[in-house]
Every structure is written in C-alpha cells, then in structure tokens.
Ligand binder design. Structure first.
Ligand SMILES: NC(=O)c1ccc[n+]([C@@H]2O[C@H](COP(=O)([O-])OP(=O)(O)OC[C@H]3O[C@@H](n4cnc5c(N)ncnc54)[C@H](OP(=O)(O)O)[C@@H]3O)[C@@H](O)[C@H]2O)c1
Length: 353
C-alpha cells in the first residue's frame, strides 16, 4: 500500500479541526526509517496541544500532524541505518508528531524493536503513558517501605504507575470508581473510592501504615491538601502539573535523547515479562479517530485508548465500535437499581446483574 492517510489540522481547535488527509508513502533520509503504522495510542495531552492549551510550552507549525505513540513495520531505511531491516517490527515515538497516519518517517533513534510477545495495540499505546508513569515512579524511588496513594489509578497513566509501584514493593492505595475496584485489586492495589470521605477511607485501608507518597494524576485542587493531611512528607507529593510537565518533556523528546528509548525498552520488557499488563480500554479503526478521542475525553478509561491502522473490515464494524462498554452497562444497571457507584465505600461494589 503506497497511499494512506494522516490526521492533520490547520488551526487550533476542537475535534472539528481534525481532518484525515491523503498521504503518499514517504522516503527515508539519511539516518531515518519509514514505518508503516499498525497501532497508535491516544493521549489527553495531544488533545490539549490541538486545542492550543499548551502554547506556552509548544508552538505548533500548521498544518500540524497528530500522534506520538506508535508501533509498526519498517518499510524503508535511509543511508546509515544498519541495525534495522525492512520488515522489522518496531515501537517508539514520533518526535515531531504524526503517528496517527499510515506512514511515518522518524530518525532511527526514535524506535526500539518490538518484542515478539508484546501485542501491537499494547506496543502502539505504551510510549507516552509508560514513560510518564515510569518517570514518576522512578523519581519517587518507591520501595517496600512505601505506601503510595495514586489518583485516577485505573486510567492510562495510573494503571501503569500502580503496577510499577507494586513491582517496586510498595503498598499501593488506588483511587478509582467502584466499577474499577475488581480490576485494581487484580493489579495488586488496595482500591478506595475518591470523593467525599476519601481521607477516612484511605486511613482505614492503610491500617496504620504511614502514607509516604501521593501521585495526583487527575488534578483535583485539594489533592495536595489531602496529601498533607495524610502526613505525606514534603517533596513526595507529585502534582498533576508535574506529571503534565513530564508528559510535555516526552511529547517532543528528540530522537537523540536516550532516556525515552531506555525507558521504553524497560517498559516493553516489563510487559513481555508480565510484570506490567497494559489494558486497552478502546481499540478503534483509524477512520474513527474522532470517536476514539471522544471516548478518551469521557475520562472513564480503564487503560489506554488506541487506534489500529490495519483493522479488518468485518461488515459489522459500525456496530462493533459503538457496542456498549462493560463500564457503561454497569453504571446503567447501578443507576436503575438506585446504587451510587461513585460513593460506595471501601470497594465492596456489588456486581451488575
Ligand atoms: N494536568 C494536566 O495537564 C494533565 C495532563 C494529562 C492528563 N491529565 C489528567 O490526568 C488524568 C489521568 O490521565 P490519563 O492520561 O491516565 O487519562 P485517562 O486514562 O483518561 O484517565 C481516566 C481515569 O481518570 C479518572 N477520573 C475521571 N474523573 C475523575 C475525577 N473527578 N477524580 C478522580 N479521577 C477521575 C477515572 O477514574 P474512574 O473511572 O475510576 O472514576 C479514569 O480511570 C485525567 O484526569 C487527565 O485529564 C492532566
């Protein structure tokens, strides 16, 4: 396939500025490779970028391309690229954006080889959430003496942080809606419903253990106050702004920067070894990129939202992507029964039946 398509927008704005434009297969310059994208992750921060909310940090040149995470197949290599060959499976990041496309040209340094046993959709969605989560957890130097509270724990970044913190030996108190508690237990955390009364619920589940760190993914204004009230030492509260700055750092990391490559290599190995399991909350055909972003913007993801460039046409696709998610089904049943899933304490959510 030589003709494909790419997401493009020519001004800052909402979903309505997003276009799918035809894309010819590019050529690779010296030190570059051409990748045929198989899967690519979606991230809130790219939505903020398109909306113009990050102009103080990143000024876009228009027309702008979208997408940083990807996994795909090397289709061409430029002069000087010796350690990858056509047909190799790779994963990585697009330093200048543009992974929401059929084709991507990147410097060789922007990719690692995709381990055989890491699935395409996981490989395609791992970069930004994974590097952000790994940086936050690594900077806190979490270990067996730690008890850490993580907000938005079931989300794209949070569910990786939870598993890395657990893998480091820390006790993890995971803030999330009751519908996510079974999942949060499965990844080794102690789940707690956020909102009114959360401080008491956190103390109860901590059972006398001192809370030594707090990672606020969501960005509630009172999270830092809560962290202080819980006795978290100063310097061990990671604000949503800090996390955003880490994301921005990785969003446009140059290919020569070795940190993203090292982190992605460690993360891919953790996934291959099943120490980290990346959940895919929604997997959408590329043509449904706007629907995929709308799904992400609902802020109800358990894991990552990813697009697939080579999804198979089954004839049932429209119904397939619109099929109801278990989370929505559960909420609907809970509503019908008058159960408030958002305030249910301690994680003893009754299953929808
Ligand atoms: N500060 C920034 O600039 C910045 C940058 C990127 C992301 N963020 C925010 O960070 C959060 C997580 O990011 P992500 O990339 O992991 O996104 P994500 O995958 O969309 O996160 C979804 C999770 O957010 C949780 N959530 C939704 N509303 C919440 C609320 N009112 N209080 C606490 N948690 C809530 C949900 O938890 P339940 O389903 O369990 O309710 C869901 O599991 C998002 O809220 C995102 O908007 C902020």
């Amino acid at each position: 396939m030589r003709i494909g398509s790419a997401v493009q927008y020519d001004r800052y704005g909402d979903f309505d500025v997003v276009e799918l434009v035809p894309q010819e297969r590019p050529t690779a310059g010296a030190g570059e490779i051409v990748v045929e994208i198989v899967a690519a992750g979606l991230n809130h921060i790219e939505r903020f970028l398109r909306e113009g909310k990050l102009r103080d940090h990143i000024e876009l040149d228009f027309p702008a391309r979208q997408g940083v995470d990807f996994a795909g197949i090397v289709r061409a290599r430029g002069e000087g690229v010796k350690d990858l060959k056509v047909g190799d499976e790779v994963m990585g990041h697009a330093p200048a954006g543009g992974s929401h496309a059929t084709w991507l040209v990147v410097p060789r340094g922007a990719v690692i080889k995709k381990p055989e046993h890491v699935g395409w959709e996981v490989a395609g969605g791992l970069y930004l959430a994974g590097c952000t989560a790994a940086t936050v957890v690594r900077d806190l130097k979490l270990g067996p003496d730690d008890t850490v509270v993580i907000s938005a724990a079931a989300g794209g970044v949070g569910h990786i942080e939870c598993q890395l913190a657990h893998d480091a030996g820390a006790t993890v108190i995971a803030l999330g809606s009751a519908r996510n508690h079974d999942y949060l237990r499965q990844i080794g955390t102690l789940p707690v419903v956020y909102g009114d009364g959360e401080e008491a619920r956190i103390r109860e589940i901590a059972d006398g253990r001192p809370i030594t760190a707090f990672i606020d993914n969501h960005g509630e204004s009172d999270a830092e106050v809560l962290s202080e009230r819980l006795g978290v030492p100063s310097g061990r509260f990671v604000s949503s702004e800090t996390r955003r700055d880490i994301e921005i750092r990785f969003l446009r990391a140059p290919a020569e920067d070795e940190v993203p490559r090292e982190l992605l290599t460690l993360l891919a190995k953790a996934v291959q070894d099943r120490r980290v399991q990346v959940l895919i909350s929604g997997f959408y055909p590329f043509e449904y990129i706007v629907e995929a972003y709308e799904d992400l913007a609902e802020m109800k993801s358990r894991g990552k939202v990813v697009i697939g460039m080579q999804t198979v046409e089954t004839g049932a696709r429209l119904d397939w992507y619109r099929s109801e998610k278990a989370r929505d089904l559960r909420d609907r049943y809970a509503d019908a029964r008058g159960t408030d899933t958002e305030t249910m304490a301690g994680g003893s959510a009754s299953p929808a039946s």
